[in-house]
Structures are given as C-alpha cells and as structure tokens.
Design a protein. Sequence first.
Length: 230
Amino acid sequence: MIKDNLEEVEENIRKACEKAGRDPKEVTLVAVSKTKPVSDVEEAYACGMRDFGENWVQELTEKIPVLPEDIRWHMIGHLQRNKVKYIIDKVAMIHSVDSFRLAEEIQKQAEKKDVQMDILLEVNIAQEESKFGFKAEEVEAAAREISALDRVHIKGLMTSAPFVEDGEENRKYFKAMRELAVDISQKKINNVDMSVLSMGMTADYITAVEEGATMVRVGTAIFGKRNYNK
Ligand SMILES: *Cc1c(COP(=O)(O)O)cnc(C)c1O
C-alpha cells in the first residue's frame, strides 16, 4: 500500500512540474513518518525513499538508530532549545527555525559536536495564531542576524499553510512564500541561500509544487491517517 501511495504522490509531483514547466528533479519528496512505526519507514525505504520528516525529538532519537544510516532525517516540528543537543549530529536539516535564540542554540551545539547545520526559516505566512514561525516582514532581519552564526546555514524557507480541504485555497500563500524567498535572495546576504522552499503537505502539495516548492512534506497520502492516541 505504501508503495502504491508513493507512486501516486510521485506521479502527482511529476504532473504538477509538467504543468508549471519545472524539472521534477528540483522537487524532493520528504516522507513524514511521525507516529508511524519503523516498519512503515522500512517499507518506504525499500521503495527508494531516503528523505524522512519527523516532528518530535523523542521519536526521532528512537527511530534513527534502528534505521539505515543513509536516511536523511528532516526535523520539521517545533523545536525547543533544550532538545537541540539530542539531534544536532543526527539530522540533515532543521526546517522549523523560528527564532534567533533557537539558531544560537543550534550554533552552540554544532560547535560542541563539531558539525555544520543546514536550516530553514519557518514563516507563518498566513499569520495564524496557532502557528509558529516568523512573520513575513521579519524574515529578512532574522536571516541577517542568523547569517553571522558560522555553523548555521540558512538554505531557504519553510511554511505550513492553513489546514484546508482544497489545496487551491493556499495558492496565494505559496506565491507569497516564493516572492519572499526571491526578495531575500536578491539581497545577497553572506551565508544565506534561498534555494529551498519547503511547503506543501497532503492537502496542498500539488499546488505548492506548481508554485515553486522544492521540498514537499507528505505524510497521510503516503502512510495513511495518523492515530495520535496510541
Ligand atoms: C504532519 C506534518 C506534515 C505532513 O502532513 P500530512 O497532512 O499528513 O501530509 C508536514 N509538515 C509538518 C510540519 C507536519 O507537522
């Protein structure tokens, strides 16, 4: 079932790229495996998936040691500063950097472990009360401030658009994200790269790809519905 789902998601990404005149190689599918068992990750891995996303530090630190070493783990959930130390040398990218203080802690822990860390700045593009992330107008200043941290490398922007039934409703937000990334990249800030746009989930990844997403984070469409009560 996971195999069929993956094929369908990949086919949808290909079609969205075709429609938008993009090369599908520009888009990385991150399989969001939160709450799902190790066996599901193994099944997706066997289909060729290498990028997996998780929301919680504890779940990450349980799964990482029992799964293949060539998996690129993406931390996509809200990250508390006191937990950075548990994942700093284990994940490929932290998508959810939403404050300078968090970036500073990433710098501190990266120094301790002698590693470099790629991050994305999380943007609360629809200004939802319930969501983390910088406001669009704060992102450039945050990027400038964080750019001074020599082990922390901004690779782009991330957003979780509002929960909608029809992904089309989020098109305006994906457009705004792309424009923001272009604006900031034109500032040519040292140690700030805007090539990654992490946006689009099960409900809206097709629209996100049409609007320029380079990473889509898809859980439900690959692994099925999540059960949070286990
Ligand atoms: C859970 C989650 C996803 C995946 O959501 P689906 O709707 O299951 O595809 C993507 N991004 C973030 C930040 C998430 O928390």
